[in-house]
Design a protein around this ligand. Structure first.
Ligand SMILES: Cc1cc2nc3c(=O)[nH]c(=O)nc-3n(C[C@H](O)[C@H](O)[C@H](O)COP(=O)(O)OP(=O)(O)OC[C@H]3O[C@@H](n4cnc5c(N)ncnc54)[C@H](O)[C@@H]3O)c2cc1C
Length: 448
């Protein structure tokens, strides 16, 4: 049997590896339009600031593929799939390539919001960039150097936008992050934690503009800044757009596979066309797309089994897990962080906001099961949270973990619960009195 895989990043490579692990005989051929074997995109911002080299990013070199008897075709753009003849066509080759099973691991590309001049100035290399590949990072680095750029704007205050802004700032550019929503990391944090993060980012010398819709990229020959809705202008020598992703679906769409935002798959990662499967950033399952490595890894195991006909494991979706990778800033967001957006009730929140120590921790529970968390400024609870997601938890254990206590007024019995109050008991002023009976702060005792 011959399996053809289009796409060679985490999903394509691990699908190939898992197929080889399960079957020695299967012929596996991988195509990618990029010129590098599998590399990690995670550290691309550091390639711009020269903290890492291309070699540091390559995860598997070409001999890894040879050893696993996986035929790798670099620099090869696949231009057409023909499900009827079970063939693909690649650019520059007249002969089509046949497959028994086809895996689409096409990934995604950066989303460019509808901003006047954005696409044109990006395509014409006039100083507007997105970051997805090694080549993008090298182009950004070259532009900064050749234009002697001093000021940068990053459009998008999500994880990738902030990590990129941090590295650009480290390269000594005066950097401004422009975010459409009223807080940074709008999908990962709530308002309170977003405010704490904004202060921390600003302390690092990065400017932040929130609630700021970019309407136009300014400049003639090269970019000179942006104009926001409302008319405010911000100067820049380079504009970097990190505003979400778009699954790559065109190849599948042209072959008449079902697509929506992504390539639609079922629980076995089968597309609407027999013998064609899809995996990773390019898929849509139950109206959701993921765009994170843990989802690609999980799916690549399932797709390998499905391709080989062992349809035993069903994909259940992957819990979103995100960590901001900025040295000295611990921010992790996992699962459901805002129950108010959920349809059903019965949610419980344990929350610790310690502004003095710049720490915010929020655990979201439902029927005693841990459903989500924000962990900011203190990573003590991270491994516990990861291991206990979707499991029954002991609330007292959680309180101990977060150092959240209940203090009881020894005179009237009033309880001060750190988990629901705005200020931790320890941070209350020394002249705090019991709101019920005016007993002084020392008249409270920690509940055992
Ligand atoms: C800067 C950056 C930082 C990130 N950091 C994190 C992180 O910290 N944690 C995390 O979980 N995720 C992170 N991600 C996201 C993560 O990299 C993606 O989820 C992952 O790369 C998706 O892998 P994939 O194999 O599905 O798709 P992709 O990585 O997009 O790879 C698809 C490949 O297919 C190729 N391809 C597409 N169409 C064709 C065609 N027609 N012919 C030939 N080849 C084709 C593409 O060129 C590409 O090389 C980050 C992404 C970026 C850009």
């Amino acid at each position: 049997m011959k399996v053809v895989i289009i796409g060679n990043n985490v999903s394509g490579t691990f699908a190939a590896q898992n197929i080889r692990f399960l079957s020695e005989e299967t012929e596996i051929e991988v195509f990618t339009q990029e010129k590098y074997p599998y590399y990690t995109r995670v550290n691309l911002p550091e390639l711009i600031s020269e903290k890492v080299s291309i070699d540091d990013l390559i995860v598997f070199k070409e001999d890894w593929y040879r050893n696993k008897r996986i035929q790798l075709n670099l620099n090869t753009h696949v231009k057409k799939i023909d499900p009827k003849t079970k063939t693909i066509e690649v650019e520059g080759k007249s002969k089509s390539i046949s497959y028994d099973k086809l895996v689409l691991a096409l990934g995604s590309t950066p989303n460019v919001p509808p901003i006047k001049n954005a696409i044109e100035m990006k395509n014409e290399k006039k100083g507007v960039f997105t970051l997805r590949s090694i080549d993008d990072a090298l182009a950004i680095k070259d532009y900064i150097r050749s234009k002697n750029a001093k000021k940068a704007i990053v459009i998008g205050g999500g994880l990738l936008g902030l990590e990129l802004a941090n590295q650009i700032n480290n390269s000594n550019l005066d950097t401004t992050v422009v975010e459409f929503f009223p807080r940074l990391l709008p999908r990962q944090l709530d308002g309170e934690c977003g405010t704490m993060l904004k202060e921390e980012i600003e302390n690092r010398g990065i400017k932040v503009a929130l609630d700021a819709a970019t309407e136009e990229i300014l400049g003639n020959d090269f970019v000179s800044g942006i104009r926001l809705k409302g008319g405010q202008k911000i100067d820049a020598d380079i504009v970097l757009i990190q505003a979400g992703i778009r699954p790559t679906i065109e190849l599948a769409k042209n072959a008449e596979l079902d697509t929506n935002r992504g390539i639609i798959v079922n629980q076995f990662l089968e597309t609407s066309e027999k013998d064609i499967f899809a995996v990773g950033d390019c898929i849509e399952y139950k109206e959701q797309i993921w765009g994170i490595i843990p989802a690609c890894m999980e799916q690549s195991k399932i797709v390998a089994a499905s391709v080989l006909g062992a349809k035993k494991v069903e994909y259940q979706g992957t819990t979103p897990k995100n960590t901001l990778k900025i040295v000295g800033l611990d921010v992790t967001s996992i699962g459901i962080i805002d129950p108010s957006k959920e349809e059903s009730g019965g949610w419980e929140i344990l929350r610790k906001a310690d502004k003095k120590d710049c720490c915010y921790q929020k655990l979201v529970l439902k029927e005693n099961k841990l459903k989500g968390a924000i962990l900011y400024g203190d990573s003590k609870a991270t491994s516990y949270v990861y291991s206990k997601m979707e499991q029954d938890v002991d609330k007292n254990e959680l309180r101990d973990l977060l150092e959240l206590y209940i203090y009881v007024c020894q005179k009237c019995g009033m309880e001060y619960d750190d988990a629901v109050m705005e200020v931790l008991f320890k941070d209350l002023p020394d002249d705090f009195n019991c709101p019920n009976c005016k007993n002084p702060k020392e008249g409270f005792k920690k509940k055992e």
